[in-house]
Design a protein around this ligand. Structure first.
Ligand code: GLA
Length: 395
């Protein structure tokens, strides 16, 4: 069984990571892990906040991921140690309660709670988790954790879910257990990734289409290093404003609102709700256009689509923080830039740049220099490639 699992690409870094996790496992639990699983973070290349409006997103599951090393237990207890947080959680599978004031514990606990509600048989385990997805920075570290946890429980239980089903159950865990009213984007990206590919995700029928970004283009994450303040309450408010717009205009979701109908009936909405609707309708329509432009290396379209997305995020959806504005200026002034925009929910965290591949090094150096000088904070800037979705693997 184990020998049929894929192996991760062994580099100096991944070997050192596995060794460090195995050592930590031995220190915490004695002995060695038997099972390994991973799930990637993601960056959205187009389609901010379109997922809960059942529209489209162009997403890239990225080569930063969460790994779990685990060993089966017979007593129904789960003990999970986080290397990043240097903290351990422990709970019984027959009595999973919310952990007060501990988000990461609820991301973990929610998954077995929901899997059990589905009637799936779970086994306890000792486990060590380690993530290279920066936490709370808009790259979906929570979904990577949830989907890696679900994958470990699959392996321990000897049953398997389709990637689509796994994504839906992990979203349900985040909605119901962690109390975050997120859409399907993050968990879908974490489960359905393919090596080297971006995906167009239809958030209504949950189908995906593979996109090959031209080799002459690099996708570069630029982390503002500013925490995503207020994002929880503001996120829920954006979502309810969109729902209000859809209901007042008599559509099931903003996905169903043609731009011409929004233009002619705009006066029926409050000014704020009208702006939110305008952003979502335009943003969702930009997804297919950017997917095409990235495949064709159509640089004029990449620049104008990304600029329109950022302007809408700033002026219509109001999810752009001052640190993001500064980062945008630094990205646009750097050599090799083709287009840049927000990522994730906004309100700080990471942004994304599309860069001429041959100039990636110069782009990175320039953004680090100019952003550091403007903010007295050194940003993290790194290129990413498309990564496979959640999977068990062997060493
Ligand atoms: C967060 C949510 C996603 C999605 C994005 C914005 O990452 O978890 O469901 O709504 O924000 O596109």
């Amino acid at each position: 069984m184990l020998s049929t699992l894929p192996s991760v690409e062994w580099t100096v870094d991944s070997l050192a990571r596995a060794r460090r996790m195995a050592e930590e496992f031995h220190r915490e639990f004695r002995g060695e892990p038997e099972l390994w699983a991973r799930a990637p973070g993601r960056v959205d290349l187009m389609g901010s906040h379109t997922d809960y409006n059942l529209g489209f997103v162009l997403t890239l599951p990225i080569s930063k991921d969460t790994w779990i090393a685990a060993r089966h237990r017979d007593d129904g207890i789960v003990r999970l140690h986080s290397l990043n947080l240097e903290a351990t959680d422990q709970f019984r599978l027959d009595q999973i309660n919310r952990a007060a004031g501990s988000k990461w514990r609820n991301y973990v606990r929610g998954v077995p709670a929901i899997l059990q509600q589905e009637g799936l048989k779970l086994n306890g385990c000792d486990a060590v988790v380690h993530s290279t997805v920066p936490l709370e920075s808009g790259l979906s570290s929570s979904a990577a954790l949830e989907c890696a946890v679900a994958t470990i429980f699959e392996e321990l239980g000897g049953w398997h879910l389709s990637p689509q089903r796994k994504a839906q159950l992990c979203q349900k865990a985040e909605n119901q257990f962690a109390g975050v009213s997120c859409g399907i984007l993050d968990q879908y990206s974490a489960c359905l990734g393919l090596d080297g590919c971006a995906l167009v995700l239809d958030c209504r029928d949950l189908s995906t289409r593979t996109i090959h970004v031209a080799e002459s283009i690099r996708i570069v994450i630029c982390n503002t290093m500013s925490p995503r303040r207020l994002s929880g309450g503001e996120y829920a408010r954006r979502r309810s404003e969109c729902e209000q717009g859809a209901s007042l205009l008599g559509v099931n979701a903003l996905r169903d609102l043609p731009p011409s109908v929004l233009a002619s009936r705009r006066k029926e909405l409050s000014e704020v709700v009208a702006r939110r609707c305008e952003f979502i309708v335009d943003e969702s329509a930009r997804v297919e256009l950017l997917a095409q432009a990235l495949s064709d290396d159509d640089r004029a379209s990449i620049a104008s689509l990304c600029a329109a997305s950022f302007a809408g995020a700033r002026d219509l959806y109001e999810i752009v923080s001052p640190a993001m504005e500064t980062m945008m200026k630094c990205m646009l002034a750097a050599p090799g830039i083709l287009g840049a925009r927000q990522a994730g929910a906004g309100f700080g965290g990471c942004m994304v740049a599309l860069v001429d591949a041959a100039q990636t090094g110069a782009f990175r150096a320039s953004v680090i220099d100019s952003y550091s000088r403007s903010t007295q904070t050194a940003p993290e800037v790194w290129p990413v490639v498309g990564a496979r979705g959640a999977e068990a693997f062997h060493l």
